[in-house]
Design a binder for this molecule. Structure first.
Ligand code: FES
Length: 136
């Protein structure tokens, strides 16, 4: 599929996020101090919209509904659903699951490009695996 235009860098200010639809998928673009990152738009807990949540410590997205927190760069859950009290009873059915992440590039023209066919955290892991297997 390859990289496609998503928005201009000025469309998502530092410390904010915005939902977009591209290639039939809804994604959230985050702008944190380390750059732009994208994840799926729905929380993996009960599939509610993450865009209503908040960016915490410039690195995690906290879902508004039951307070699960995910690493913005990797999509990995850091804190699972814990609000309101008692929600943990549901968690045996809805166990921890990472968000999908998508590869992002920015161009010299201040365009943000996304490749929705590429899972960003998976591609990083794949690169690490390749490096580990390369002969010294
Ligand atoms: S829907 Fe996000 S934590 Fe429950």
């Amino acid at each position: 599929m390859g990289y496609e235009f998503l928005c201009h860098t000025s469309d998502v200010e530092l410390g904010t996020m915005k939902a977009f639809e591209t290639g039939g998928k809804k994604v959230i673009l985050f702008h944190i101090s380390e750059g732009f990152f994208a994840t799926q738009a729905k929380c993996t807990h009960l599939f509610l919209p993450l865009e209503k949540g908040a960016i915490i410590d410039d690195c995690r997205i906290q879902c508004k509904f039951h307070h699960a927190e995910f690493d913005i760069k990797t999509g990995e859950p850091e804190v699972w659903a814990s609000y309101p009290p008692g929600i943990q009873a549901l968690n045996f059915m809805r166990g921890e699951k990472a968000l999908k992440t998508y590869a992002i590039q920015t161009s010299d023209d201040d365009d943000v490009l996304i490749d929705i066919s590429q899972d960003a955290s998976h591609s990083k892991k794949s690169e690490e695996n390749v490096r580990e297997k390369e002969p010294a």
